[in-house]
Design a protein around this ligand. Sequence first.
Ligand SMILES: Nc1c(C(=O)O)ncn1[C@@H]1O[C@H](COP(=O)(O)O)[C@@H](O)[C@H]1O
Length: 161
Amino acid sequence: MTAQVGVIMGSQSDWETMSHACQVLDELEIAYEKKVVSAHRTPDLMFQYAEEAEGRGIRVIIAGAGGAAHLPGMVASKTVLPVIGVPVKSKALKGLDSLLSIVQMPGGIPVATVAIGKAGATNAGLLAAQILGTSDAGIRARVQARRDRIRDEVLESSDNL
Ligand SMILES: Nc1c(C(=O)O)ncn1[C@@H]1O[C@H](COP(=O)(O)O)[C@@H](O)[C@H]1O
């Protein structure tokens, strides 16, 4: 199946976080590709990836990076596909640096920024699914079923107090 979501990250060390986005996509039966691409360390590959993604059938890009997290914004500058930025938790500043680097885009080039770390990566997977779901009833139904399951788990959690 052709990948509809491109999951990219600045370093292999981001995988622990970004794997949570991929888990959601697996769960919702959405085809994706995953790759290490860095604005800083592999700038030519980054531009090539951003320029070629749409032509390969990618519809949404999830980009995770930590520290001076320029990857999501730079990718967004080279494609009109929606880019979801995941701030990876950094050691020195606990991801606040990543968050601010990703969220404070100049007007005109948006990056949809989620929360720092695992919850953000999970939500990035869900947001990508919801974007694809606007034109795919099957994905919409699977997202709704996941919501229903979470609701039921929360309602049942009172029984274990
Ligand atoms: N922020 C970026 C970019 C980028 O934005 O292009 N490339 C790598 N990195 C980040 O550097 C951190 C440390 O990377 P290493 O663990 O490889 O030293 C990672 O969180 C990565 O996302």
